[in-house]
Design a binder for this molecule. Structure first.
Ligand code: ADP
Ligand code: TRP
Length: 321
């Protein structure tokens, strides 16, 4: 089964990105045909300085490799290394009703947050559809916020197939890991780079500690039993714990005698230890840019070959000589 997903290099990676998408891709590598890419064209809708985009694109590539995306086993590339993506985006645009894009929550949210309502931002889901459909994707693992975009890709693919009278484009499905569908930030709202509530993964210990301390909790005396169910610290700890670990932590909450400071210290350790191997790899790759280039080149070749073959068929179907 082909599993494809991308991530925008629009800022530092946080726990939501990791548990919502990256972890699923890394896990899937064992048995599936994983396609993972850095969506640098998409990031152009919100990152307007060239230097910053280039820097963040590199950092995103390093991060992906550090988390365990294996370029020998999977296909890992930069979106911009496959120009056919943009060609398909244009072709799909002819089969995308404006109304479909007008209903996109992500577009409305971004404009509400102050991004200028450009054509690029508006047509973002069509480019995402091109990413997905160019590679005959079966499944797209995403966080909840991206589900509507995959649904748009499905609709557009169906419309295209109807228009040409065939089934040239494969209809993708999506997958959300229910227990991590939405990772919450330090304020209890959806964790997001743009909400200023994220816990970044590649930081130093001191910054991590400071950030975890900022998690909003309800003040209770040390000795009082605490409610874990809707507690922001508990919810983040749970991402790292198995059933046994969760039960043990629930008991600590219910028993009283420990304050949120203790649970925050525990969470800091969980995050710090869990990502220790990724941090080490990140530092190593930062010092060895040629390794990153090499990985991306291998991936770009694999992706480009598939894209070129697919585009030949699509061009023929729509009459582009
Ligand atoms: P952000 O909201 O921080 O800008 P992106 O939109 O770049 O994050 O998301 C990249 C990937 O990470 C997507 O697959 C998205 O669904 C997933 N993701 C982002 N934030 C979260 C979250 N809080 N919980 C679960 N998944 C998330
Ligand atoms: N829009 C996605 C995000 O912000 C990134 C993305 C671009 C993507 N193209 C994709 C995700 C194709 C899955 C499949 O997270």
């Amino acid at each position: 089964m082909r599993i494809l997903s991308g991530i925008q290099p629009s800022g530092a990676f946080h726990l939501g990105n990791y548990f919502g998408m990256i972890a699923q891709m890394v896990k899937a590598q064992k048995n599936e045909d994983v396609f993972a890419f850095i969506a640098n064209y998409h990031a152009m809708t919100s990152v307007f300085e060239g230097d910053r985009l280039a820097k963040q694109t590199r950092e995103a590539a390093i991060a992906f490799l550090s988390f365990g995306i294996d370029p020998a086993r999977s296909t890992f590339w930069l979106q911009s290394a496959v120009p056919e993506t943009l060609e398909l985006y244009w072709i799909l645009s002819q089969h995308t009703p404006i109304g479909l894009l007008e209903r996109a929550h992500s577009y409305k949210d971004k404009v509400a947050k102050g991004l200028s309502p450009s054509h690029g931002l508006f047509s973002y889901p069509v480019l995402m559809a091109a990413d997905i459909l160019l590679y005959d994707t079966d499944l797209v693992p995403v966080g909840k916020d991206q589900v509507q975009h995959v649904e748009i890709a499905r609709d557009v693919a169906i419309k295209f197939n109807n228009a040409i009278g065939g089934d040239l484009l494969k209809i993708p499905t999506f997958k959300i890991e229910e227990n991590v569908a939405t990772v919450l930030g330090i304020d209890g709202a959806k964790m997001s780079k743009s909400y200023g509530n994220a816990i970044d993964i590649f930081t130093d210990r001191q910054t991590l500690e400071k950030r975890v301390k900022q998690i909003v909790t309800s003040p209770l005396a040390l000795e009082e039993p605490k409610e874990w169910r809707n507690d922001n610290v508990y919810r983040l700890c749970a991402l790292f714990l198995d059933e046994e670990g969760k039960t043990a932590l629930q008991k600590r909450y219910e028993k009283g005698g420990e304050g949120h400071g203790h649970f925050k210290a525990y969470l800091t350790d969980l995050i710090w230890d869990y990502f220790a191997p990724a941090r080490a790899k990140y530092e190593e790759l930062k010092q060895a840019p040629f390794k990153v280039d090499e990985a991306l080149t291998i991936g770009a070749k694999k992706a480009e070959k598939i894209a070129a073959e697919k585009m030949t068929k699509i061009r023929a179907a729509v009459g582009i000589l």
